[in-house]
Design a binder for this molecule. Structure first.
Ligand code: ZN
Length: 324
């Protein structure tokens, strides 16, 4: 079985360990209008390559960058970074949540039209680049709005024909069950869905309930201390493993490696005023989940086999559709 990366199909045997939710860059529409907009592309490439080479040294063969279409998705940048680092990058088609995304034109489209658009990118590539997404990104905000539900339905309708996984954003870990229901109603394959961002759950119980519905679950903002402590995350992962959900867990960091923006391109939950460099500098390196956090899991009794299932087997099955 294979998954499409920005540089072409990858065999499941070549994936190695996979981080399922990391970002080369995140950018917001309009930032390029700022008179001080002047992204230093060589520096962005160099910083990304450096991070991915460190991952490669830890056995990572691929990352997924599920940047939504409208948040500065840049397939040509991913291709350059992938070629220079030796780490495959799987990128996404799909829109973000209503509060920060979904371009106006697409708000007037129905689910079928959205599905057809996603499939055109999956099959023919993005615009004139010919570079093909390997997953669909889907997202809900605090309320899982009617518009978001329609966009999710489009993602579900495109998933089987496109032979791709769906990776989701949930806001404050809410509405994973709503996402699952919409995907199911619209014919998606649950074994190729990851309900993301479950880090902010108060306990492992609701995450186990999502896993019991047959999708993967992502605790994929590891190291983002403002949302939850890593000790809390590690406790939840250990409980999920003990509860028989080891084969459903995916771990990642939602690390943002770069932004082309001259100023931080979104409001920070802390309300703090910091520079882009400070914002990026506050992020833990992408290796954190495989080093510091993996040790927390070992302290809680997880075996090397458990870690191998979580970092290798689970992403492989999610991304390629391999049965085992
Ligand atoms: Zn993200």
């Amino acid at each position: 079985m294979q998954v499409m990366s920005v540089t072409g199909p990858v065999d499941e045997a070549d994936l190695g360990r996979v981080l399922v939710h990391e970002h080369i860059t995140i950018d917001m529409p309009g930032e390029e209008l700022d008179p001080s907009y002047a992204p230093n592309m060589p520096e962005i490439v160099a910083r990304s390559v450096d991070q991915l080479q460190k991952l490669r040294d830890l056995g990572v063969g691929a990352i997924v960058d599920p940047c939504p279409i409208e948040l500065g998705r840049d397939p040509e940048l991913y291709a350059e970074v992938s070629q220079k680092s030796g780490v495959k990058i799987i990128f996404a088609t799909g829109f973000y949540m209503e509060a920060q995304g979904i371009p106006y034109y697409w708000r007037a489209r129905d689910a079928q039209e959205i599905a057809e658009f996603y499939l055109s990118e999956i099959n023919d590539g993005v615009g004139s680049t010919g570079l093909r997404p390997g997953i669909i990104k889907a997202a809900t905000g605090l309320d899982a709005s009617p518009l978001e539900r329609r966009v999710l339905a489009g993602a579900a309708m495109a998933q089987r024909d496109g032979n791709v996984a769906i990776i989701t954003h949930t806001e404050n870990s809410r509405h994973g069950d709503v996402q699952q229901a919409i995907f199911a109603e619209n014919g998606a394959d649950p074994s190729r869905i990851m309900i993301g961002h479950q880090d902010e759950q108060k306990s492992a119980k609701p995450i186990a309930a999502l896993a019991a519905n047959g999708t993967f679950v992502g605790i994929d903002r590891i190291g983002l201390d403002s949302l939850a402590s890593d000790d809390h995350r590690a406790d939840m992962v250990a409980q999920l493993v003990r509860g028989g959900h080891r084969e459903s867990i995916c771990l990642s960091q939602d690390c943002v490696c770069n932004s082309k923006a001259p100023k931080v391109p979104f409001a920070l939950s802390s309300g703090a005023e910091i520079t882009v460099e400070q914002f990026l500098g506050n992020m833990k390196p992408m290796t954190h989940v495989l080093t510091v956090f993996a040790d927390k899991l070992r302290e809680r009794g997880l075996s090397e086999e458990d870690l191998d299932v979580i970092f290798r087997d689970n992403p492989r099955r999610l991304l390629t559709g391999a049965a085992e």
